[in-house]
Design a protein around this ligand. Structure first.
Ligand code: 13P
Ligand code: SF4
Length: 307
């Protein structure tokens, strides 16, 4: 049954009251539905949110995002209760890699360092030397002395990093289905409608899409650069949820989706009703095995110390 405005306002108030009573804080990823971003205490990219998880005073974190993000927050903030309002919200890209297969790959390429994107399971992170994000992957790989590196799990990010650093990356064959579906034809159509607009693309996009982009930026970088740029119109090649925040924080500028259907259905599984239930019942709590968490934490912390 659709919830009307009065219903939504009442729900917002109930969420606010419960949050206070339970010393909770709501984190939302940049790709969350607009109504979740609007009730969140903090909206950010996956790493910003996880790092913040370790610093906030709250007893409980309601993480409106997908599983690997809440898991990363739990790894960095083991003493906090981290709740994912929809336990089925996963990331197909993260699920394309697993720990046993990565162990096999390490045996096949002995002595190579493993760099894993934060979009991975805790098990994969536990077999990783250094984690990376789309914001720091190029810098990290170029600073490492190694010439050949195993890079997990995104093949498009790997191809971009290879191009920028000239290093030999042994890439896992994973991809984000949402970014993979953004094609050059979408950029051309958007450019025909908005000829003055710049094109900004996320490095999870296909290489031929990145080739057509004026700038290649992570979601966090897009947020920062949107404030600084002189461009008044921007075509954004990433998940459309980011446009809510981009437009809200930059009212004088226009942002267009490269592909209006670039929607991560996993991210959209979170609703205000589910956030309310999560607060009320304190479910579903994210639990990470301590042996796995300790190794994964070391890989994340090596990245944090590095950048
Ligand atoms: P960020 O690391 O920029 O938050 O992006 C995560 C993601 O899922 C990209 O598709
Ligand atoms: Fe995963 Fe892609 Fe969704 Fe990001 S947009 S959470 S990489 S499926």
């Amino acid at each position: 049954m659709p919830v009307n405005h009065v219903g939504q306002d009442q729900l917002k108030k109930k969420i606010e009251d419960l949050k206070q009573a339970k010393q909770a804080i709501i984190f939302a990823h940049n790709y969350q539905p607009a109504e979740i971003q609007d009730i969140a205490d903090v909206v950010g990219d996956s790493l910003e949110l996880s790092r913040l998880a370790a610093q906030v005073k709250a007893r409980m974190i309601i993480f409106a995002g997908v599983y690997f993000m809440a898991e990363t927050a739990k790894i960095l903030a083991p003493d906090k209760k981290v709740i994912l309002p929809e336990p089925e919200a996963g990331c197909p890209l993260a699920d394309m890699a697993n720990r046993p297969d990565l162990c096999e790959m390490k045996k096949k390429f002995p002595g190579r360092k493993v760099i894993s994107y934060v979009n991975t399971t805790a098990g994969v992170k536990a077999e990783t030397d250094i984690c990376c994000t789309s914001a720091n992957a190029v810098k990290l790989v170029s600073c490492l002395p190694d010439e050949e590196i195993i890079f997990v799990p995104d093949r498009n990010l790997a191809s971009y990093v290879r191009l920028k650093t000239g290093k030999r990356l042994i890439a896992w064959n994973g991809y984000c289905p949402v970014h993979e579906e953004i094609r050059v034809t979408h950029l051309l159509e958007a450019k025909t409608s908005h000829p003055e607009a710049e094109i900004w693309a996320h490095p999870e996009c296909r290489p031929e899409v990145l080739e057509k982009a004026d700038r290649i930026l992570s979601t966090g970088q897009m947020m920062k650069e949107a404030r600084l740029t002189a461009a008044r119109e921007i075509i954004v090649a990433t998940e459309t949820g980011l446009l809510h925040r981009l437009s809200q924080e930059n009212p004088g500028k226009k942002f267009y989706p490269a592909r209006a259907e670039a929607i991560c259905q996993e991210m959209k599984k979170i609703s205000p009703e589910k956030v309310y239930r999560a607060l009320l019942e304190e479910k579903t709590e994210v639990v990470v095995d301590e042996e796995v968490a300790a190794k994964a934490r070391a890989a994340i912390n090596r990245m944090i110390e590095f950048v």
